[in-house]
Design a protein around this ligand. Structure first.
Ligand code: 13P
Ligand code: SF4
Length: 309
């Protein structure tokens, strides 16, 4: 069955001149059919250089939107338009516009996990891979609004010592749920293990990390580390790629406050299935469509980010 779906996807990709981009948090079988697998930053960069006329985005809605912002002339298909992101949803446009109006001399740095409407109100986007470089690229005396992730924002504030940074109070409900007591118990059980944590987690959990960084940075850290056991404090979809790249190493998924699976997974990312990919390529729908003025303003903030990388 899976083999048949894979063959059908391969045939449809040729027929439609399509490429599949997928985030590391999608299902392992979806990751396996991707032409390019990446974290948020790598996927944004890749989207603007693909040659195919059609991009099928296996991920959540804001990721496909970002691809469309960067490639307005291409068709960007999204197998599950209902796949949202709690972090993007924690920052509605009208409320954010009112918040921004209170700080007229602040520049806005927004995480790419936002809707196109928020990106249009942003001066420069960032991802968890480059948030530090983005903030450091802005003169120290320039006050900033950082949105929408308060955890990533306070982590960057701590690293830079920057005081003039106002944080929007948003969060990712998946990363917020990792349990401090659970991580500490695993550390006692595996004293040789290295702890890797995504900075979308709460500050007290990030404080337990040997390494904190984006999905791609975690992969690189594990590859370069001499350690052979890692406690992984992020969305469990990354385990497929960690285990594929390093079959000799041991990866332990950290528990959430409710326990483990499926709470350490982003259910929205798991909505994308092979069946849905086939159906989307067959129908060439659903497709991302954007208001041109909003797209153009959002593009500026994403391109400002890519220029820094
Ligand atoms: P990165 O892909 O930047 O690591 O972000 C993780 C995430 O939560 C994506 O939605
Ligand atoms: Fe959004 Fe969190 Fe899911 Fe990433 S893991 S897509 S930030 S809800």
């Amino acid at each position: 069955m899976v083999e048949k779906l894979r063959e059908r996807i391969a045939a449809l990709k040729k027929e439609r001149n399509a490429v599949i981009l997928a985030h590391y948090y999608t299902l392992p079988e979806v990751q396996a059919v991707a032409d390019f697998l990446g974290d948020s930053l790598a996927l944004s960069i890749k989207a603007q250089t693909v040659e195919e006329q059609v991009i099928l985005f296996a991920g959540v809605h804001f990721m496909a939107e970002t691809a469309k912002v960067l490639c307005p002339e291409k068709r960007v298909l999204i197998p599950c338009p209902e796949a949202g992101c709690s972090l993007a949803e924690s920052c509605p446009v009208a409320e954010f516009a009112a918040f921004k109006a209170k700080y007229p001399d602040h520049k806005v740095v927004s995480y790419v996990n936002t809707t196109v409407g928020i990106k249009a109100l942003t001066d420069i986007c960032c991802t968890s891979s480059n948030a530090l470089q983005v903030v450091q690229s802005i003169p120290e005396d320039q006050p900033l609004i950082f949105a929408p992730d308060r955890n990533l924002g306070s982590y960057i504030q701590k690293l830079t010592g920057r005081k003039n940074m106002v944080l929007w109070d948003g969060a990712c409900l998946v990363h917020e749920r990792f349990s401090l007591a659970g991580v500490q118990a695993l550390k006692r059980q595996y004293p040789q293990a290295r702890v890797i944590v995504h900075p979308e987690c709460r500050a007290e959990v990030v404080a337990e990390a040997d390494f904190a960084g984006s999905t791609a940075a975690m992969l690189t850290y594990c590859e370069q580390s001499e350690a052979d056991t890692f406690i992984v404090v992020t969305e469990a979809g990354i385990l497929a790629e960690l285990e594929k790249r390093m079959p000799q190493k041991h990866f332990i998924a950290a528990p959430t406050i409710e326990g483990n699976e499926p709470c350490n997974m982003c259910q929205d990312m798991k909505l994308v299935t092979l069946e849905k990919i086939v159906e989307t390529l067959e129908k060439m729908s659903p497709e991302i469509e954007l208001d041109e003025e909003t797209r153009r303003r959002a593009e500026r903030s994403i391109r400002n980010m890519i220029a820094i990388k």
